[in-house]
Design a binder for this molecule. Structure first.
Ligand SMILES: C[S@@+](CC[C@H](N)C(=O)[O-])C[C@H]1O[C@@H](n2cnc3c(N)ncnc32)[C@H](O)[C@@H]1O
Length: 217
């Protein structure tokens, strides 16, 4: 597989390049508690190497202590320059479908809010490469949109709110989000692709799921 990365400055992530300066201001107040939960679980596993795929501004990475062994990879130069400012982890520009890391380097791979926006082909390619860089027995920990199990008014209200946000993220992004949800969201899509869920937590009236998966055999 060709692991040559797109040159710095090409327009692969225009949308994120434009919003890099505002991203944390908008999102962080909504997800601080979740990021803290993720950080506690990751640290409790005492990993030797963790990768945040599509790390964006590196906010999740910034929750770890200075000497924590964490790497981040993202396509957007603007998001990465925020990341390099706020985390001590190593931030690398690269494509999640051709990760610039050797086989079996990581104990844990993280992905937050990044899988639902990919088309099916890209998503599959990304998961294949994540499996490649995970050591045997490694874990993939994903935070992403899920179908609520209950159908109360409040569950549906949050689902509607997320849909409005996704509508403003660009046409292709929204189409992929709709496809992701039509396939049952995180709790369904990854198991259908062969990933085994181990633990699951829900947030925002079950509309957001954080699930730890075992790597494919
Ligand atoms: C919604 S942001 C998520 C940022 C971060 N994970 C967080 O928790 O806030 C999605 C990120 O995925 C990146 N991205 C999209 N496609 C990518 C790809 N194929 N390879 C690497 N990064 C990609 C974008 O540049 C953007 O920073």
């Amino acid at each position: 597989m060709n692991r040559t990365q797109p040159p710095e400055g090409t327009n692969h992530s225009d949308h994120y390049d434009r919003m890099a300066g505002m991203y944390d201001l908008f999102l962080e107040p909504l997800v601080r508690r979740i990021r803290t939960d993720i950080q506690s679980w990751i640290q409790s596993q005492e990993p030797q190497a963790v990768l945040d795929v599509c790390c964006g501004t590196g906010k999740q990475m910034s929750y770890f202590p200075e000497d924590f062994p964490v790497w981040g990879v993202d396509l957007s130069s603007a998001m990465l320059s925020q990341a390099r400012r706020q985390t001590h982890g190593q931030c690398v520009r690269g494509d999640a479908t051709r990760l610039p890391f050797p086989n079996q380097k990581f104990d844990i791979v993280l992905s937050q809010f990044a899988l639902h926006e990919k088309d099916r082909t890209t998503l599959k390619a990304e998961l294949v490469d994540i499996a490649r860089v995970l050591r045997p027995g490694g874990r993939l920990a994903v935070l992403d949109f899920a179908e609520p199990k209950g159908h109360t008014l409040l569950n549906r209200f949050f689902r509607w709110g997320i849909r409005q946000i996704e509508k403003h993220a660009g046409e292709e992004h929204f189409i992929n989000y709709q496809d992701w949800m039509s396939r049952g969201g995180l709790a369904q899509v990854l198991p259908d692709l062969g990933w085994t869920p181990e633990t699951e937590r829900r947030y925002y009236r079950e509309n957001l799921a954080w699930i730890v998966f075992r790597s494919t055999p």
